[in-house]
Design a protein around this ligand. Structure first.
Ligand code: ATP
Ligand code: MG
Length: 445
């Protein structure tokens, strides 16, 4: 993409309304624009990152055997009356009446709708297990929307629903979600720690929230520092292997890690003092095995091998896709702007032409652009007729991990400059070598 043909409305001024770095930077980098409180338009750069995250979530969910679908944003109130949540949900639910006077709502989540689909289509244990998920906009009329996409009213969420015939199988579904989430966050370049979560009136041990440590996080967290050393890394996961998946969950949930909602000072006291950490975190996902709460309320039964009918064992599992962008920026920025991890960057590299209009520099930039494209890499080419300082500032602000700087002086020696946004280190390379280097870097992402 050539910058002169793109739509990148960067702001010079720091927007006064933004209290935290990610919100400020998303506005300044022209990623989002507020439409009304807690509701944003996703401008091209922000939309690109959103799509990248969505792709990663899809890939990792399908790797775990979960099936993508799409449910609508608007739902009928009737199903929610059946489950009893129409009245319980309170003011966070946006209620709408259609022209026929029917009560509708903008879905804050989808347990009722998916359970309704299930009860109309599945009746035998032979059709189980099944996990269906979608990535769809949600609306919650938050009392205090703030921090940009971090706590929006309209937000993009992956929500998956597992249906199993018994508890054992449902726990495997829960564990599969935990492992697939760990892999998802790692691919995004984030560490999200599973922390024991409140299961409310349902009780039980099977809910975890995933938290990214950040000073601006809304949750207070307590953890054993050992948990931050854990990494899934390159290990091969076979999601059908019940024991392997359970062992990974065990590994990641054994060190103490809880939010203030479940914090237990007595257990925490057993963590060696030098490893006791308290900090703040951003909730970027949650998994929950809750049994038959909705299947019972809505009559979603399965016929078992012995002919008896039992309500399906269910879980729901969410990832805050739009919130993750805020979390990513909180974890990856400096005073100059965003620093995207390679796994989620909107463009693989930026090309800065130091002398627009110089025929050698222009030709070299065009060749770099095409050479990167031929290796599957997308560059943002700053072809504006602007001074170098302005071009560098824009690239730094929008945070592409790699910048190739092209100017007459380097070209006279046959080289361009490859600069890492994160370390600020530069290296002079031939254009071909720069392309090879980037291809190599991204092959490992
Ligand atoms: P919170 O405690 O932050 O209000 P929640 O526990 O009510 O969130 P869940 O129902 O667990 O949210 O939704 C799954 C994920 O969706 C959350 O882990 C979070 O990442 C994201 N999410 C929830 N509410 C919002 C919001 N208002 N804006 C952006 N993302 C959100
Ligand atoms: Mg939650």
């Amino acid at each position: 993409m050539r910058l002169t043909q793109y739509f990148l409305p960067v702001l010079k001024e720091t927007p006064a309304e933004a209290q935290i770095a990610s919100h400020r930077l998303m506005l300044r980098a022209g990623m989002i624009k507020q439409a009304s409180a807690g509701i944003y338009s996703w401008l091209p750069l922000g939309f690109k990152v959103l799509r990248r995250l969505e792709d990663i979530v899809h890939q990792e969910q399908q790797r775990a055997g979960h099936i993508p679908m799409l449910m609508p944003t608007l739902q009928s109130a009737d199903l929610w009356r059946e489950s009893g949540r129409y009245d319980d949900y309170g003011k966070e639910m946006l209620r709408i009446t259609d022209r026929h006077g029917r009560d509708m709502l903008y879905g804050p989540t989808n347990e009722e709708l998916i359970t309704d689909i299930f009860r109309q289509t599945i009746s035998s244990y032979k059709d189980l297990p099944k996990t269906l998920y979608h990535i769809q906009w949600k609306f919650r009329d938050e009392i205090r929307p703030r921090f940009g996409v971090m706590r929006g009213r309209e937000f993009f969420m992956k929500d998956g629903y597992s249906f199993d015939m018994d508890r054992e199988s449902a726990i495997h579904a829960y564990n599969r979600h935990m492992v697939s989430y760990l892999r998802t966050y790692e691919r995004m370049g984030l560490q999200a720690i599973p922390m024991k979560a409140d299961t409310g009136p349902i009780g039980g041990d099977y809910s975890h929230e995933f938290l990214v440590l950040a000073e601006t996080g809304e949750s207070e967290v307590f953890y054993d520092r050992a948990v931050t050393d854990l990494k899934l890394g390159e290990r091969a996961v076979n999601y059908a292997d019940v024991k392997q998946v359970a062992a990974i969950c065990e590994e990641f949930t054994t060190p103490y890690a809880r939010t203030d909602e479940t914090h237990d000072a007595a257990i925490y006291a057993d963590v060696p003092a030098e490893r006791q950490m308290s900090a703040r975190g951003i909730e970027v996902g949650q998994i929950f095995y809750f049994g038959t709460k909705y299947s019972q309320a809505l009559g979603a039964d399965v016929v078992m091998p012995d002919g008896s009918r039992v309500p399906a064992e269910m879980g729901s599992h969410g990832i805050g896709v739009s919130r993750l962008i805020g979390a990513l920026i909180e974890a990856n920025h400096d005073e100059r702007g965003i620093i995207w991890p390679e796994g989620v960057t909107p463009f693989h590299a930026g090309i800065v032409n130091l002398k627009q209009g110089d025929s050698a520099a222009d030709a070299a930039c065009d060749a770099l652009f095409a050479g990167l494209a031929s290796r599957g890499l997308e560059a943002l080419y700053d072809d504006r007729d602007e001074r170098a300082g302005g071009k560098f500032a824009t690239m730094d602000l929008i945070g592409l991990p790699w910048r190739i700087t092209v100017g007459p002086r380097g070209l006279a020696k046959g080289v361009v400059e490859l600069t890492s946004r994160r370390t600020n280190e530069s290296e002079e390379l031939t254009p071909e070598a720069a392309i090879d280097r980037l291809a190599q870097i991204y092959a490992g992402v």
